[in-house]
Ligand binder design. Structure first.
Ligand code: NAP
Length: 286
């Protein structure tokens, strides 16, 4: 089995490329432009599976550049789906908890109704719909994850939350983090391993939630990072409306991996995953 990974030098894509090892065909942005179907036709050949990690991930900038967000996240998904369909390849579209509005106040399951509240979420939901409708004969997985952090950091965001927190603490900065937005922080290495498992075990096609289990506010997440590293940071909670951000965020967008659990598969708890990331990153966990 050969697996093309689009966005292979990104945060999740690089861990997917590592997870698949010799089976991987890693494709960087220089090697494929998902906005251009001819580029997709040219790059996606001699593979059985395509994992599309290419995305415009800048949540606030998407409000000012909706065309770009939709071109990459939705039209890109359409192009990949059409090529996969033509060549009978399995199509895996990586999506996000931001397809939900966050108003349910309990973890979202795979069949809960999306209702995005910002342009990024809307463009990713459009990508999901195009993947679902065009990946005939239904050889697709839509895999939603959330609040990713990994060794590479998100290229589109210039890093990840964990590393930013540590950097700010090392610079002795006052750190203010929202305590009214709750999510499931997810280590890309764990997500990549689970994506691989879903494909290799040939689970039924459809939507899967792949996030580390449990949830916390961004403030609690930051606090845990400093607790684990024994750093005495100047950390203070704030409310999200104190931040001048373009895009609204879902308040409670945690994902429940109900379908994975029904197949006896389980993501580990977010705190254990964070501990491992910190250990691998710096070796300095309590
Ligand atoms: N980051 C999160 O917190 C988060 C949460 C939930 C879901 N997700 C989803 O997870 C996936 C991976 O995100 P990530 O955190 O790994 O982001 P990332 O590091 O920014 O990775 C995105 C990759 O896509 C490539 N790319 C961007 N535009 C492209 C285009 N038009 N054609 C081809 N390649 C393109 C980028 O290459 P260049 O940088 O060279 O352009 C980069 O390698 C995305 O689908 C995202 O929506 C992310």
């Amino acid at each position: 089995m050969k697996v093309a990974i689009i966005g292979a030098n990104g945060q999740l894509g690089s861990d997917l490329a590592n997870a698949f090892g010799e089976k991987a065909l890693p494709l960087s942005h220089a090697e494929i432009e998902v906005k251009d179907i001819n580029s997709c036709i040219k790059a996606l050949k001699n593979v059985d599976v395509v994992i599309n990690c290419a995305a415009y991930v800048k949540v606030d900038d998407s409000e000012d550049h909706p065309e770009e967000a939709f071109m990459v996240n939705a039209i890109g998904a359409r192009n990949v789906a059409l090529v996969c369909n033509e060549k009978q390849m399995k199509n895996i579209y990586i999506s996000t908890d931001f397809v939900f509005d966050g108003n349910m106040n309990k973890p979202y399951q795979e069949d809960d109704n999306p209702n995005p509240i910002n342009t990024y979420g809307l463009s990713k939901y459009a990508g999901e719909i195009l993947t679902r409708n065009l990946s005939l004969p239904k050889k697709y997985y839509i895999i939603r994850s959330s609040s990713l952090y990994g060794e590479k950091g998100a290229r589109g965001k210039g890093g990840n939350f964990v590393d930013w927190m540590i950097e700010k603490a090392n610079n002795n900065e006052v750190i203010k983090v929202v305590d009214d937005i709750v999510m499931s922080p997810t280590y890309t290495k764990d997500a990549a391993e689970m994506v691989k498992t879903i494909i290799e075990k040939e689970l039924p096609y459809g939507i899967y939630h792949v996030s580390n289990q449990g949830y916390c506010s961004w403030f609690d997440f930051a606090k845990k990072i400093f607790d684990f590293l024994d750093i005495d940071a100047k950390l203070f909670p704030i409310k999200s409306d104190e931040l001048d951000r373009k895009a609204r965020r879902p308040k409670f967008s945690t994902l429940e991996s109900k379908k994975l659990n029904s197949f006896g598969l389980r993501m580990r708890n977010w705190e254990d995953a964070l501990k491992d990331y910190l250990r691998e990153r710096s070796g300095g966990v309590k």
